[in-house]
Design a protein around this ligand. Structure first.
Ligand SMILES: NC(=O)C1=CN([C@@H]2O[C@H](COP(=O)(O)OP(=O)(O)OC[C@H]3O[C@@H](n4cnc5c(N)ncnc54)[C@H](O)[C@@H]3O)[C@@H](O)[C@H]2O)C=CC1
Ligand SMILES: CC(=O)C(=O)O
Length: 292
């Protein structure tokens, strides 16, 4: 966020104060090369006047653990921190990233009592970025020109929306064929696996994922700060999806100063539709299993 200059002030709050101070100092030393952001480590009282509060506290996956395994532990953490956030920043928009992010977003909305458009999750912003990056690499085009989304859970049941993926305004399959880099069954399976299993591989190698999610959160905050009305795949409560009411999951949504706006209704093929219904069902059941 400091590198992109999306905020004038950033305060880091962590129960490990020594860590927050060290991170803030380290980032401060990058500001002469980035943007003149005021960054410091503080307490909840320092949130007064904040426009956005990113909730990233809690435990993360150990190698081999799924995101849904973290639910019970991180629900307790949110029960402890959200009242303190609201006491000092009742006007802030909450941006959740702790995992399992879709269910944690649902929990944050229920604990806070804020309207659903003001409690959003990073959702599949990261999976969508992974999908775009890999497709761009495959066809040899900038990932910025690849428009492709991952829908549903940020997790094992996520749905890569292949039938809606375009490069410029040409379908990705047609574009890949034109570039002599066809996306055959093997290439498709490789990309699909690399997106879905990315977190497991990175956690196995370095213990956590940092840069992709940091970039994704920055993109969301930028859209909020500038009231951009950008179409981003983020998680928010969906009134009704394919017969399931009130499920918090990712769809491409319009993001601006008010948080999550209208969502795009994806035109899916039969397999994608079944897979998204399955993903929504998994998330709904997980959210319903947590009693606030
Ligand atoms: N949604 C996404 O795409 C991604 C989500 N994550 C999730 O974000 C969360 C954090 O991941 P990391 O930063 O890698 O973990 P981390 O362990 O490095 O950081 C978590 C921090 O939370 C703090 N914390 C725990 N309980 C707290 C409390 N009650 N009050 C204040 N601070 C508290 C800890 O002291 C720790 O510094 C995890 O749940 C992880 O799975 C991580 C990467 C991507
Ligand atoms: C940790 C995580 O959720 C990710 O990198 O996708």
């Amino acid at each position: 966020m400091v590198m992109r200059g999306v905020a004038s002030e950033i305060v880091l709050i962590d129960r490990n104060e020594k860590l927050a101070v060290a991170q803030a100092q380290d980032i401060l030393h990058g500001t002469p090369f980035a943007s003149p952001t005021r960054i410091w480590a503080g307490g909840y009282e320092d949130l007064a006047g904040a426009d956005v509060v990113v909730l990233s506290a809690g435990v993360s996956q150990e190698p081999g653990e799924s995101r849904l395994h973290l639910l019970e532990r991180n629900a307790k953490v949110f029960g402890a921190i959200i009242p303190s956030v609201l006491a000092h920043a009742p006007q802030a928009l909450l941006l959740v990233t702790s995992n399992p992010v879709d269910v944690m977003t649902d929990i944050a909305r229920r604990i806070s009592g804020l309207p659903s458009e003001r409690v959003i999750g990073s959702g599949t912003i990261l999976d969508t970025a992974r999908f775009r990056a890999l497709l761009g690499e495959h066809v040899g085009v900038s990932p910025k020109s690849v428009h492709a989304y991952v829908l549903g859970e940020h997790g094992d049941s996520e749905v890569l929306w292949w039938s809606g993926a375009v490069v410029g305004n040409v379908g990705v399959q047609e574009m890949a064929a034109q570039m002599n880099r066809p996306i055959d069954t093997e290439a498709r399976a490789r990309i699909e696996d690399a997106v879905r299993r990315a977190a497991y591989r990175i956690i196995d190698g370095k213990g956590a994922t940092w840069f992709g999610i940091g970039s994704g959160l920055t993109r969301i905050v930028q859209a909020i700060a500038t009231d951009e009305k950008a179409l981003l795949s983020i998680s928010a409560e969906t009134e009704l999806y394919d017969g399931i009411s009130g499920v918090t999951m990712s769809l491409p949504r319009i993001v601006g100063a008010g948080g999550a706006g209208a969502s795009l209704v994806p035109k899916l093929d039969d397999d994608e539709r079944k897979a998204l219904l399955r993903s929504a069902t998994i998330l709904k059941e997980a959210a319903d299993s947590v009693h606030i």
